[in-house]
Ligand binder design. Structure first.
Ligand code: ACO
Length: 326
C-alpha cells in the first residue's frame, strides 16, 4: 500500500528574544501571569527585513539537507501561513523562486494554527492520488507584524518562526497513517484579523481602528479548544485502532500550556511523552508543530516505528490531527 512519509525536517527561529520581563515594560502584565496562564516565558521576533518567506527558506534548506535532496527534486511546495509576505503572489511561490525549485508547483494554505496539519493532509493525498514524489511543506509565521503591542490580552501570546518537512512516498508500512481536518466557520470571530482584506481594505479608518491586528476572545477560544481537542485525539486514535498507551509522543500545537496538559490528561499520557516548547517560542501558529517536530527529531526523541500524534486548533475555527508511524 502506498503511503507518504516525512523524510526530512528543519526549523528556523529569529535570534531576537522577547522575554516576559521585556513585555512587563511594554504593557500592564507580569511574568507570573503569563507563565501561569500560558506557559510562555519568551518568544522570538523577526528582524525588520525578515518576512515569512525568509524564515520559511531557512527552515526549508534545513529540511532538504536532512532529507538529502536538492531544490530541483521538489515537485510541490505548500506554505501554510497567516502572515504571508504579501497577499499575492503566494509565499510558496516566493520560496520556490528563491530556492531555485524550478520543477515545483507552489501554493499557500491558510487554516491558521491548523495550517501545517491541513497541509499534511493535502500533501498525503497528492502523493497517494497524483503521483507527487517530493513535497516541501512549510509552516512560517511573522506574527509580530500583526500583533497589537498595546493589547496585553494578545501580545503576550505570539512569536515568529518557521518549520518545514519533506514528504515522500513509501511502500513500507509506516509514515502518515491518517489525517483529520475540521472547521466551524460560525465561530470565525473568536480569532480574526479583520483588516487588509476585501471586507475592510487598508484605509485611514482601518488603521485607526487597529483592524490589521489579531483579535481574540481568549477565554471562549480556550474552552472550545480544550473540548474539541479532547475528542479529536480520541477519534484519531480510534480511527487507527491505536490505544493511547501505544503512543510514543504527542506533538501538540503550542497555544497554551494548560490546553496541552488537558489534552495529555485525556489521553492519560505523562508529560514526558509530550513535546513542549511553548516556553521558548510562544504561539507561532502554523509553524509551531513543524518546529516542535524538528526539535524532537534532532534531540533523538523519535525512533523508527514510533506512533506520533500531532494535533492543532486555531482560527476559523479549524482543528486537525495526524497519526504518524515514524
Ligand atoms: N497580563 C495580565 N492580565 C491579563 C493579561 C495579561 N497579559 N491578559 C488578560 N489579563 C487579565 C484579563 O483582563 C482578565 O482580567 P479581569 O478578570 O479583571 O477581567 C484576567 O486576566 C483573566 O482573563 P482571561 O481572558 O479570562 O484569561 P484566561 O485564563 O482565559 O487566559 C488566554 C487568557 C491565555 C488568552 C487563554 O484564554 C488562551 O490561551 N486561550 C486560547 C488561545 C488559543 O488557543 N488560540 C488558538 C490559536 S491562536 C490562532 O489561531 C492565531
Amino acid at each position: 500500500m502506498l503511503r507518504s512519509r516525512i523524510t526530512g525536517t528543519g526549523s528556523y527561529v529569529p535570534e531576537k528574544v522577547l522575554s516576559n520581563s521585556d513585555l512587563e515594560k511594554m504593557v500592564d502584565t507580569s511574568d507570573e501571569w503569563i507563565t501561569e496562564r500560558t506557559g510562555i516565558k519568551e518568544r522570538r521576533i523577526a528582524k525588520n527585513l525578515q518576512a515569512a518567506s525568509d524564515l520559511g527558506i531557512e527552515a526549508s534548506k534545513r529540511a532538504m539537507h536532512s532529507a538529502g535532496i536538492k531544490p530541483k527534486d521538489i515537485d510541490l511546495i505548500i506554505a501554510a501561513t497567516v502572515t504571508p509576505d504579501m497577499p499575492l503572489p503566494s509565499t510558496a511561490s516566493l520560496i520556490q523562486g528563491r530556492l531555485g525549485a524550478k520543477n515545483a508547483a507552489a501554493f499557500d494554505l491558510n487554516a491558521t494554527c491548523s495550517g501545517f496539519l491541513y497541509g499534511m493532509a493535502v500533501a498525503d493525498s497528492f502523493i497517494k492520488t497524483k503521483g507527487f514524489k517530493k513535497i516541501l511543506l512549510i509552516g512560517s509565521e511573522v506574527l509580530s507584524r500583526v500583533t497589537d503591542w498595546e493589547d496585553r490580552t494578545t501580545c503576550v501570546l505570539f512569536g515568529d518562526g518557521a518549520g518545514a518537512v519533506i514528504i515522500e512516498p513509501t511502500g513500507q508500512n509506516r509514515g502518515i497513517l491518517s489525517t483529520h481536518i475540521h472547521s466551524d466557520g460560525n465561530l470565525w470571530d473568536l480569532i480574526c484579523l479583520p483588516g487588509g482584506g476585501s471586507r475592510h481594505p487598508a484605509s485611514k479608518e482601518s488603521l485607526k481602528d487597529k483592524l490589521h491586528y489579531i483579535k481574540m476572545k481568549g477565554n471562549e477560544t480556550f474552552k472550545v479548544a480544550v473540548r474539541t481537542l479532547e475528542s479529536l485525539v480520541i477519534d484519531t486514535l480510534k480511527a487507527n485502532k491505536i490505544k493511547p498507551s501505544q503512543l510514543a509522543l504527542l506533538i501538540p500545537h503550542q497555544a497554551n500550556m494548560r490546553i496541552i496538559q488537558a489534552t495529555a490528561k485525556r489521553l492519560n499520557l505523562p508529560m514526558d511523552k509530550v513535546v513542549v516548547n511553548i516556553d521558548k517560542y510562544g504561539n507561532t501558529s502554523s509553524a509551531s508543530i513543524p518546529i516542535a517536530l524538528d526539535e524532537a527529531v534532532r534531540t533523538d526523541k523519535i525512533r523508527n516505528g514510533d506512533y506520533i500524534l500531532l494535533e492543532a486548533f486555531g482560527g476559523g475555527l479549524t482543528w486537525a490531527s495526524a497519526l504518524i508511524r515514524w
